[in-house]
Ligand binder design. Structure first.
Ligand SMILES: [Zn+2]
Ligand SMILES: [Zn+2]
Length: 568
């Protein structure tokens, strides 16, 4: 059982307990344990009972043990029955928490989501005590989102896709294999996983695919195309094509539609026809290419276009002119400058983070825990931060392979000042400044707030600039162009935060920032050593933003970085 699956069940237990009106500490304990487990870098089965897990007490530990060894939890099955299924179903809707679901159910005994929608439309929900018009509106919005097919975060989907890819790659009947579709283009959210292979024995490949351990349900099993579900609701499509058509199929199924439509129009004007089977002469239907993507693009007078760029944002013209960017790669990254340790809300010690960073081949990292008077996310007070700085300096003295910078993630106050004394700021090597409160100020107010912060000499990097959370929170209403101009003027760096739910700045905004001459840093915001791997996601955003190595701060060698940031 995966950590996320265990965590999901603990979250559900917490919700049920909250609905049942259990005392607060009890359901909060389940949520805390769930959070610990989903952030673990090790497999829960390997460490349970052997290692003290913060927030996982004896009782929950036993339940997790039962879950892992039997795949089921009797307690969960029992309490699930005590709650009408519709109440649990309601909590899946954005805008409805367990408490609200219970309020609604107790007031009007709805039986289905349809009933809920009817009640909301006729404004019966807002009359329920403790709800009101604002919440009713949020519920209606949540209901309309429910109808759209769910998009999963790239950071959740990519490891699963890679796991399936690696398993299939081992199969001797599989000749060529690639991810396709939006996941190959590394879009920030993904509807389903597409995989393409070539094989002389497609039935063998399909047999293997549909019986993989991860597979929860086989939706369709065919000779050349099969669809399965993994992890309850993630769809995976596998297609087997012929070697002769592999490039054409890959090009076709990678998309995007926005890229393929103008490409096909252009191709038609040149006298060709392009489809998933190959490139054909329009006149005679003779096949002239299709084996590789490279030969297809070449035939049309272009260089091969990296999948991340295939969005119809100028890549076709650039490929014709042979002026595509030389995209930054994961191996260009030399360090990570936004990392939390267990001093604040992180799960790993500074030493663990350093070890993992060394294994990744990094030459520097910055420890940037939350600090300040706003007591969020285990924020340190200044005295503790002072102790941490000494701790870091000591470690850094002993380290030969990697430089450890002392940093902090500092809140930007409402007026744009920083929530930390100048004395302390002055001692830090890296100061990440972020908005963590009042993200809904007016466009003018919030833009000025950020501009003021960017004018502060101590700010090194503006963290997660727009504050959006994928599938959860819209970005703040900010005049980004104004921000880019000020950042450029003061030589400040903007972040591409690689945390899966953030990816902030996004691809388009990163590109615009770069066009305004702003340097970007790709940081993971890791809260455990395992999360340092999120760097990959940040690099994907940068690539989709047409960025090259020199556009990214943390591709610099240590010495150049210190010079750039004036670190001694
Ligand atoms: Zn933050
Ligand atoms: Zn952070």
């Amino acid at each position: 059982m995966r950590n996320q699956e265990v965590a999901d069940i603990l979250y559900q237990i917490a919700d049920i307990l909250e609905i049942q009106g259990e005392i607060q500490w009890k359901f909060l304990a389940y949520r805390r344990a769930a959070r610990t487990i989903e952030n673990l870098s090790e497999n829960i089965a390997d460490v349970l009972g052997k290692q003290k897990l913060p927030g996982v007490g004896k009782a929950i530990e036993e339940k997790v043990g039962e879950l892992i060894s039997t795949g089921k939890l009797e307690y969960f099955e029992k309490i699930k029955k005590a709650i009408p299924p519709i109440v649990i179903e309601m909590t899946e809707i954005e805008g409805i928490g367990p408490k609200t679901a219970k309020l609604i159910y107790d007031a009007i005994k709805i039986k289905s989501i349809k009933d809920l929608e009817k009640a909301a439309r006729s404004h019966r929900i807002q009359r329920i005590k403790g709800i009101g018009p604002k919440m009713e509106k949020a519920i209606l919005k949540g209901l309309s989102n429910l109808k759209k097919p769910k998009r999963h975060l790239l950071g959740v989907i990519l490891p699963i896709a890679n796991e399936i890819y690696n398993e299939l790659k081992q199969v001797k009947e599989v000749k060529q294999i690639s991810l396709a579709g939006s996941i190959r283009r590394r879009r920030e959210t993904i509807r389903d996983i597409d995989i393409l292979v070539t094989s002389d024995k497609p039935e063998k490949v399909m047999q293997f695919f549909t019986t993989l351990d991860l597979v929860k349900k086989v939706v369709v099993k065919g000779p050349t195309k099969s669809t399965v579900n993994v992890r309850s609701d993630i769809q995976v499509d596998l297609r087997v094509v012929e070697d002769e058509s592999y490039g054409a199929a890959l090009q076709y199924f990678t998309g995007s539609k926005e890229h393929n439509v103008p490409l096909r129009t252009m191709v038609a004007q040149m006298g060709y026809k392009l489809n998933e089977y190959g490139v054909f002469l329009k006149e005679t239907d003779e096949k002239v290419a299709g084996k590789t993507e490279d030969e297809i693009y070449k035939l049309f007078g272009m260089v091969w276009i990296p999948p991340e760029l295939r969005e119809d944002r100028g890549e076709i013209e650039a490929a014709q002119a042979n002026s595509l960017p030389n995209l930054v790669e994961l191996t260009d990254i030399r360090g990570d400058l936004h990392i939390h340790s267990n001093y604040s809300d992180g799960k790993s010690s500074i030493e663990d983070m350093v070890e993992t960073a060394k294994k990744r081949g990094y030459k520097y990292i910055a420890i940037t825990d939350h600090v300040g008077s706003v007591k969020i996310a285990g924020a340190l007070d200044e005295t503790t931060l002072q102790n941490q700085i000494s701790h870091i300096r000591e470690l850094d003295q002993q380290e030969k392979e990697i430089r450890i910078f002392a940093g902090a993630e500092v809140n930007i106050n409402l007026d744009g000042s920083l929530d930390l004394s100048e004395d302390t700021l002055d001692q830090l090597d890296i100061v990440i400044c972020s908005l963590h409160s009042k993200l809904r100020m007016s466009r003018k107010e919030i833009t000025n707030r950020i501009i003021n912060a960017l004018s502060n000499e101590y700010l090194t990097i503006l963290g997660h600039p727009t504050g959006r959370l994928l599938n959860k929170r819209q970005p703040s209403d900010i005049d980004l162009i104004a921000i880019f101009e000020v950042a450029k003027e003061h030589g400040k760096i903007l972040e591409i935060n690689a945390y899966p739910s953030r990816l902030d700045l996004n691809d388009v905004n990163s590109r615009t920032a770069n066009q305004h001459g702003v340097l970007l840093a790709i940081d993971t915001d890791a809260h455990s050593s395992g999360q340092l791997r999120f760097m990959d996601l940040g690099v994907s955003v940068a690539r989709r933003g047409w960025l090259e190595r020199n556009d990214i701060l943390n591709t610099l060698p240590l010495e150049a970085l210190c010079k750039k940031l004036r670190i001694k």
